[in-house]
Design a protein around this ligand. Structure first.
Ligand SMILES: Nc1ncnc2c1ncn2[C@@H]1O[C@H](COP(=O)(O)OP(=O)(O)OP(=O)(O)O)[C@@H](O)[C@H]1O
Ligand SMILES: [Mg+2]
Length: 510
């Protein structure tokens, strides 16, 4: 007998409906899987065999052919365990096949029949809803993640026998409701980090505020122990919360990366990712045979923090150039090419030289000019060109160290950031996909960053003196726009441009 069960596979951050056809016929007992399965699906042959027996069902000792359609799409992962098991049960008439076509099945099954969560449930649920599937049957631990999608009935099951019971009488079961109290918190500990713990460093705090208000990339340069890491970790606390639409975008990426399983329904916090400097290119930008999002996509709509930037491999850093400009990354494989969104704010920190004390007021730098040159050469011109705010963080004065911190708390800084962002959003009303000043293109600059004579003279002088590229001077204008927004002003004035220019001076001084 032939049975057909619906399931889905992930391509990039989208889902494709996959048909699982199971045919049981006479012949030598055996089981084959056709339709470009990966090794995890091949393994599921043996898993399903043991599972069905352990869960109290009969495994048909006949020839079983499983075909995954469409045939030209490579399919991966253990999420086909459940549809394959259900297909075999239906084809061997152990479960009714009448309602199979109405549902989409997804889930890994362990040897005792327990369902285990899988990655990529949110895009699959969104796709199922669009295709008019009546309901999604999946592991209970994935149910909250899928319940975010409106207009789709989601049924969470703990065991294979629950699925069989469900199919015998679906009317008895209630779909899962989204539980608003279950949230995914990635950065709980970072939220408790408050800017009011930071002593001194007014210049760096101001830069953080500008970065948060306009989504600008930022680098802190300074001697060891001056507070660079401490400051950077306080950026999420002054960022406005994600909107619902942004939350969905972020959750989709985290879902595909398998980070959500049983951890709630929606990512509500802005991501803050801090990969170690030993990170490889694919782990940073994404990759793999079945391309998965990398750190830059996991920090979409949030922060990518590269601490000790100069310790990263140079070629790995070079990978960042294109996504920093475009806000997405394309990963090409022979059979497919996928695009992952990557609109993140880059925050980096580094010492000014190998010994760490170049330009310090107390400790002497022991590096030769050649060593310093080599050190900076690692941060190529094109990468630094894309960093809008280059900030020197100097060591604290003795009297600052011994005093209590007196700085403003994150919550009041966040209010100003929110106001500046609101101002920008109002301005961008008629633009699609423009959410903060850092995302403006040249034509937007012509519209919203008109220079008066004084500002133009200032910028021209800076271009000449600092050798700014066209890109760098555009970025100065964007930062200037954010500074004006923070001041609540519609016109870009010379003092805004002047402040923006001083954030471009570090890499020219080495
Ligand atoms: N401005 C500051 N206010 C309060 N504490 C500070 C400040 N700067 C440094 N500290 C203290 O010093 C510790 C180390 O700071 P942090 O790790 O941020 O330094 P860093 O500049 O990143 O150094 P490195 O270059 O070695 O990474 C902090 O955890 C904090 O306890
Ligand atoms: Mg540090």
């Amino acid at each position: 007998m032939l049975a057909r069960v619906w399931s889905a596979s992930i391509v990039g951050i989208d889902a494709v409906k996959v048909g699982v056809e199971v045919d049981i016929s006479g012949g030598l007992p055996g089981i084959v899987v056709l339709g470009l399965p990966d090794s995890a699906i091949q393994e599921s042959r043996e898993r399903v065999k043991a599972t069905l027996k352990n869960a109290g069902f009969a495994f048909p000792m006949r020839k079983i052919v499983i075909n995954l359609t469409p045939a030209d799409l490579r399919k991966e992962g253990p999420c086909f365990d459940l549809p394959i098991s259900v297909g075999i049960l239906a084809a061997s008439e152990q479960v009714s096949a009448d309602l199979l076509g109405d549902y989409l099945f997804l889930g890994e099954v362990s040897l005792d029949g327990t369902l285990r969560p899988v990655a990529g449930v949110l895009p699959i649920a969104a796709n199922a809803q669009k295709m008019g599937i009546a309901g999604l049957v999946l592991p209970a631990d994935n149910a909250q993640e899928a319940s975010v999608v409106q207009g789709l009935a989601v049924y969470g099951c703990k065991h294979l026998s629950d699925v069989v019971n469900f199919l015998s009488n679906p009317g008895r079961y209630k779909p899962v409701q989204m539980d608003d109290t279950v949230e995914t918190l990635h950065i709980t500990s970072l939220h408790s980090a408050d800017l009011q713990d930071v002593k001194g460093q007014a210049h760096a705090r101001r830069a953080l505020e500008i970065a948060a208000a306009g989504g600008h990339n930022l680098i802190f340069v300074g001697p060891p122990g001056s507070g660079k890491t401490m400051l950077a970790r306080r950026l999420p606390g002054i960022l406005p919360p994600l909107s619902f639409a942004e939350s969905l975008e972020v959750t989709r990426i985290h879902s595909v990366a398998g980070l959500l399983k049983n951890r709630g329904s929606l990512v509500r916090d802005r991501p803050f990712r801090s990969p170690h400097h030993s990170a490889s290119g694919p782990s940073l930008v994404g990759g793999g045979t079945f391309p998965r999002p990398g750190e830059i996509s996991l920090s979409h709509r949030g922060i990518l923090f590269l601490d000790e930037l100069t310790e990263f491999k140079r070629d790995v850093l070079e990978f960042l150039r294109q996504p920093l400009e475009d806000g997405y990354v394309t990963i090409s494989r022979t059979k497919q090419s996928v695009m992952f969104p990557a609109q993140f704010t880059l925050v980096a920190s580094t010492n000014p030289c190998p010994c760490g004390y170049y330009g310090d007021t107390i400790q002497q730098c022991t590096c030769s000019p050649r060593q310093r040159e080599q050190y900076w050469a690692k941060l190529s011109g094109p990468l630094m060109d894309r960093i809008d705010l280059q900030v020197a963080v100097n060591r604290l004065k003795p009297e600052e160290i011994t005093q209590q911190p007196t700085g403003e708390a994150s919550i009041s800084v966040r209010q100003r950031v929110q106001q500046a962002r609101d101002r920008a959003i109002t301005r961008f009303q008629e633009e699609v996909n423009l959410r903060c000043n850092a995302q403006m293109q040249s034509r937007h600059l012509q519209k919203w960053c008109k220079l008066d004579d004084a500002s133009r003279n200032l910028l021209e002088a800076a271009i000449r003196k600092l050798g700014l590229s066209a890109r760098a001077s555009d970025r100065v204008l964007k930062v200037g726009r954010t500074i004006a927004d923070l001041a609540g002003e519609d016109e870009l004035k010379a003092n805004h441009v002047a402040e923006a220019i001083q954030y471009r001076t570090i890499d020219r001084m080495q």
